[in-house]
Design a protein around this ligand. Structure first.
Ligand code: ADP
Ligand code: MG
Length: 504
């Protein structure tokens, strides 16, 4: 069944002037809960609305307003925790994180510092066929998003848009178990995949619905193992946090740059300052934003407006029972049931909609391997070319299965099938009917093939002599027959008849 083994860490090593350095990375991912209403108010979360159209009196922090927890959001966070094999805390609590910012009208963010809803879990990060690394999750807490300050619309004024204010976020905090830029991107990819399978976050990074704060430090070989044994952070280097990354490419570039910056400081005899930095994609650099604040800077205290959040084990069990099949399990099943390679199974399970489409094709066509080939090589290629995805594919799973069934029945060759695919992609229609109506059926009638072979042999005496002297040249006749029959002759039958007629 499901093999959950994972490989030992393989840190990225950077050779410095004073010896080797290793990277250590921990991430805090902010995932917006896929909910139509906000965490503590009924205001809409719709993206792209007019500025300040989705702001209730609670979001605007009018005096005397009281937050009410949105049960649906809590359920999504529990579902996420269960999907990451994490401990669910039946009692959690909300705290106020106090700070001033124009886009935060309350003057504090309601978050969970002391008692998060979700405790330790894990993510298996895929690093290529058969290689998986484990990243431990420390906690997931539920919190409100802040609004947005807009500084680039007017030369003299700044604007504030509170639409995002109060939207529910899950902050997913990893242990510092990520050991290089590629692993960091693979971690975000896997987490995003799991969230999308669970349906708890749409994972849209462009809209800012999934953003990563990346903590980077460097250490000497052996130090990380010492940390792992003791869980004592003093074995690790001082970290810097790069805020609000929403692109896999930038995450990798920022880590790479940041590690080299820290190594240069350390090799120069300096010390890395713990601080928050921003990545500038145009320059490919990180720069300081503010020195790192500590929890006490925020004067955290339990939010007096909200009772501790108590949930029941039975409710958690119900959510657990309703979890969908997750990527690792689906991939293992695709490999086991359909004999797919690790690579093909990974491609097909990367997105839950792709996986469902593939399964529908495989079930109806009765051949998983052929279904995988057609979905990956023909359909995905074609969709990508036109910027479509599976949800707006012009070819339905039923139509693609129809094409495969015609190949399996020997009615059409693989080559004709590609033409048929093109017709269905552009014009639609039923595969079997099109093959019938347009005379695309493969010629398996040996009489017809023999006739074609004889005509070509008769017309090309010089080629016949050459082929008799060198049997490899018989392929030329096969090609001619295929051409003469418009690619509809069964290639195997043509081959046999040509060989026999030439007396090879
Ligand atoms: P804070 O509360 O100050 O944000 P946390 O202990 O919550 O600090 O850690 C934040 C993130 O930083 C976590 O993802 C953690 O794994 C990561 N982290 C902690 N120490 C290091 C380190 N030395 N190098 C890299 N990442 C680290
Ligand atoms: Mg933190």
């Amino acid at each position: 069944m499901l093999d959950l083994t994972y490989d030992p860490p393989a840190p990225k090593v950077i050779a410095g002037a004073t010896g080797d350095w290793e990277l250590v990375i921990g991430m805090e991912i902010h995932a917006q809960v896929a909910s139509r209403a906000k965490l503590f108010s009924g205001a809409s979360t719709r993206f792209g609305a007019e500025p300040n159209a989705n702001v209730s009196l609670i979001d605007a922090a009018m005096p005397g307003m009281l937050p009410v927890v949105n049960e649906f959001c809590i359920e999504q966070a529990v579902r996420t925790g269960l999907g990451l094999k994490a401990r669910i805390n039946l009692v959690s609590a909300f705290d106020r994180k106090n700070y001033f910012y124009p886009d935060l009208p309350q003057g504090y963010q309601i978050s969970q510092l002391y008692h998060p809803l979700v405790g330790e879990g894990e993510v298996l990060v895929d690093m290529g066929p058969g290689v998986a690394r484990k990243v431990r999750i420390e906690r997931i807490h539920v919190e409100q998003d802040a609004g947005k300050s807009i500084h680039d619309m007017d030369p003299n004024m700044s604007f504030v848009d509170l639409n995002r204010t109060g939207v529910a976020l899950m902050e997913i905090v990893s242990r510092p178990d990520i050991r290089g830029p590629e692993e960091a991107a693979a971690y975000v990819t896997k987490l995003r995949q799991i969230l999308r399978y669970l349906g708890t976050c749409d994972g849209n990074m462009q809209n800012g619905n999934l953003r990563a704060d990346v903590n980077v430090s460097v250490c000497r070989p052996g130090d990380y193992e010492r940390y792992q044994e003791s869980q004592d952070f003093s074995h690790l280097g001082t970290r810097c946090e790069i805020k609000n990354m929403n692109s896999m490419r930038f995450i990798q570039a920022a880590i790479e740059y940041e590690a080299r910056r820290q190594i240069a400081i350390l090799e120069d005899g300096g010390a890395v300052l713990q601080e928050t930095r921003l990545f500038d994609p145009d320059r490919g650099e990180t720069r300081s934003m503010r020195s790192k604040e500590e929890a006490h800077d925020y004067r955290y205290f339990p939010c007096p407006d909200l009772l501790p959040l108590e949930i029941e084990q039975g409710w958690v069990d119900d959510i657990a029972a309703s979890l969908p099949e997750l990527p690792d399990a689906k991939k293992a099943r695709f490999m086991g049931d359909f004999g797919l390679t690790d690579y093909d199974a990974s491609v097909l399970t990367a997105d839950v909609a792709n996986a469902a489409y593939f399964e529908a094709v495989a079930a109806e066509a009765g051949d998983g391997k052929m279904a995988a080939n057609w979905v990956i090589n023909e359909l995905f290629g074609r969709l990508k070319k036109e910027g479509h995805d599976i949800t707006d594919s012009p070819v339905s799973a039923g139509q693609l299965a129809g094409i495969i069934k015609l190949i399996r029945a020997g009615d059409i060759s693989g080559k004709i099938a590609k033409d048929l695919f093109e017709i269905i992609y552009t014009e639609g229609g039923d595969p079997a009917e099109i093959v019938e109506a347009r005379g695309m059926k493969q010629v398996t009638d040996t009489g017809a093939i023999e006739k074609a072979v004889d005509e070509i042999i008769a017309a090309n005496p010089a080629q016949v002599e050459k082929a008799k002297a060198n049997p490899k040249l018989a392929g030329w006749f096969v090609g001619q027959v295929m051409k003469a029959t418009g690619g509809k002759a069964n290639p195997k039958a043509v081959n046999e008849i040509v060989t026999a007629r030439l007396g090879l």
